[in-house]
Design a protein around this ligand. Sequence first.
Ligand code: PMP
Length: 454
Amino acid sequence: MLSNSLIELDRAHLVHPVASWRGHEKAGVRMLTAAKGATVTDATGHTLIDGFAGLWCVNAGYGQDSVIEAATTQLRELPYATGYFGLGSEPPIRLAARLADHAPGDLNHVYFTLGGSDAVDSTVRFARYYWNARGLPQKDQFISLEQGYHGSSTVGAGLTALPVFHAGFGLPMDWQHKIPSHYSYRNPMGSDPAAITAASVAQLRAKVEELGGAERVAAFYAEPIQGSGGVLVPPPGWMAAMRAVCTELDILFVADEVITGFGRTGPMFACAEEGIVPDMLTCAKGLTSGYVPMGAVFLSDRMYQTIADHAGAAAIGHGFTYSAHPVSAAVGLAVLDLYEGGLLENGRAMGARLQAGLAGLADHPLVGEVRGRGMLAAVELVTDKAAKTPLPAAALPSQRIFDRAWANGLVIRAFGNGVLGYAPPLCCTEAEIDAIVERTLLTLDQTLEDPDVR
Ligand code: PMP
């Protein structure tokens, strides 16, 4: 039962991430108390389909016995082992080896972190180590995309392109630069895929020139699908074209697969279907399916060997107490067993069903665009389809739509002024996918009746 005292304790003591503190105090916490498979139950006993898998992380679904068993066994046997001082433990060694097998190309070296933000931070360190090792310390400028999200740490937040992550923090730093997103629905270059890709290539080249040429640029970052920017899917071949520019100019290409990894878009990693091998790849979320925290950076053979040779006997000055945590790694291994044992396959089938179901909403008067791939999708709402007019910001449409969907038994993410985000667990059944679509339609019909949102 939800007790008022818990709401009061939350108000008084718990600081929530990316929230208006005053707004949260006013609204009070909405507590979840249980979850199983693709459903969650709130403290009032209301059961919902979790169409967003927590925070796009519970890819394997809730309550998987094998995962719980693996964590419990590891907690009993060895709850902690440091990776410092040449020490280690079995689960992260086995997990690193299995991940290297799944990773594209020669991304054979795995550095474990606690989540996505510190994975991104680690890539900045490794990039600097690499260029220093190559005798090119002046390659210290970093480029990422508008609408991109690369975490909330002080460094990563500067690569992130959301203004609310920058204001008042002196961000982005003077070595962090952006080029426009490929966002095809609202792209000044129009919606032709080839023109969008050509424009991105030209913008990257121009930014490199502006920064003093490739001899100044360390790395370029891209998500295979921009997640927090509103599930923005690049044109086919866009990633490969950007990778090619980086290869030609000798700039590191970092693929941030924190959301897209572990079957979210179909394959284990989205880079595989793009046919590219980045120099570094970051992941988190689906790595442990959110059961415990963990992230990782995959490094190419070339980067690893160059850094290692240069440092020789000296330590690489980068590490966390909880790097390669044995319990997180044991969970990672159990989750990987599930992915390999049919969950990825189910996710691909359910992803096709989700995309088709949502595409069927395209004629709804409020729907401007439906986009996505696999179990990752967005529906962008507008009040005028031809003019692509966003819903009025003053009506806080996203909060209203989120609340309405919740009442209809569906958890979604509502971005900005009415972009609905979907990232359901890969274990969803056909009936659950169909219910996600039906409950979305009901929510849209109710929104259409809402005079404040029109
Ligand atoms: N990169 C991407 C692409 C992300 O989507 C996120 C989180 N949503 C992060 C990095 C940061 O991960 P975390 O929240 O685990 O620190």
